[in-house]
Write a protein that binds this ligand. Sequence first.
Ligand SMILES: [Zn+2]
Length: 253
Amino acid sequence: MLGRLIINADLVVKTGLHIGGGSSSVEIGGIDNSVIKNHKGEPYIPGSSLKGKLRSLTELAHNKMGKNEKGDNLPCNCGDCFICKIYGVSASEEIKNSDRLPTRIIVRDAFLKDSIAEDMRKKKGEFKDLELGYTESKWENSIDRLTSKANPRLFERVPEGTVFDLEVIYTIYNEEDINNFKHLIEGFQFLQDDYLGGNGTRGYGKVELNNIRFFIKTIKDYTSKQFGDIKASVNEINDTWIKNLKEQMTSTK
Ligand SMILES: [Zn+2]
């Protein structure tokens, strides 16, 4: 292993975000579809959701999406392409090839930024009209195709302006991983042009990554050092920046 790269960023919600909480979550105020929350009752973004989205957008862009016999989309599971290296393969594939290096990225669950959670609790500024603790509700109409009857359902959403603390850890085993890093950044860019969570086609879930900070931990000196400037947005990361990173990782091994 050469080291690890730790990426911290603000994940900013630009349009109402709905990541479903499943059946175990407590239903309140007649909401049919609640969002996932932590033990404190605050909404969060599961790392697995974000990682899955980054992977599928990258697979779509590079035509790497696999298909099963029924023609459903499946993640690539070849184990050799950059997508499998970054995002991993299925557990069964991992057992078959135990000499394979582990999945390169870890996406942590993203929790509300402290100052934002505080503003929400105090109903400050843009959160002054927040109906439910940390969320809002919105009616969505779907039309029954057989009866043409409207079927309104109430969705819980994380409101625009919410900021989550994002942390992604990228492990670098070899030079190839340094080269593949650009595909992770590309995934972040694809995400900004797509959506996170449900109801994306109704305009939900537009997000942006801002205030991006990179920290390098080389294996020789396992302390965290900030690499480069804070990037105001993910679009500022260019080839020169990645080249500098490469030099820094390889010169300290
Ligand atoms: Zn693959």
